[in-house]
Design a protein around this ligand. Structure first.
Ligand code: SF4
Ligand code: SF4
Length: 125
């Protein structure tokens, strides 16, 4: 079986080892899979705690619960290292929305569009 393996297998190994070596790559992988705008589920009790926490004014009172505007949600990229709405919500109603998956670059571009003339906070993107 080994004799049937092409030399290219050997050539690929350093690349794979490099790609899986260290937590930085692991973090990038996690980000690539999980970055997306957030949404508010029906568990929302309309307490209003999340609205003032959003750095992008993406949260507003809807009918009958609060809602997140995905065009303004950057998953807090550019402002915080984690999602503020999810941190303050007492019922865990702020969750990632798989229907609005975006790359880190897209989220940062969105942030820049919402904050013209400002610079994103280091370490948040
Ligand atoms: S994840 Fe951040 S940017 Fe998105 S709605 Fe929540 S607080 Fe706002
Ligand atoms: S903090 Fe949670 S429960 Fe309160 S308004 Fe926001 S999503 Fe709804």
């Amino acid at each position: 079986m080994r004799s049937s393996s092409p030399d290219t297998t050997i050539d690929q190994r350093p690349a794979r080892a490099e790609a899986t070596d260290g937590s930085h790559r692991a973090l990038q992988h996690q980000i690539a899979e999980e970055e997306m705008a957030y949404k508010i589920t029906e568990d929302c009790i309309s307490c209003g705690a999340c609205e003032p926490e959003c750095p992008n004014e993406a949260i507003s009172m809807g009918e009958p619960i609060y809602v997140i505007d995905p065009s303004r949600c950057t998953q807090c990229v550019g402002s915080f290292t984690s999602s503020r709405c999810a941190e303050v919500c007492p019922v865990d109603a702020c969750v990632p929305d798989p229907e609005h998956q975006e790359s880190n670059e897209q989220l940062l571009k969105k942030w820049r569009g919402l904050h013209p003339g400002e610079e994103p906070t280091p370490g948040t993107f």
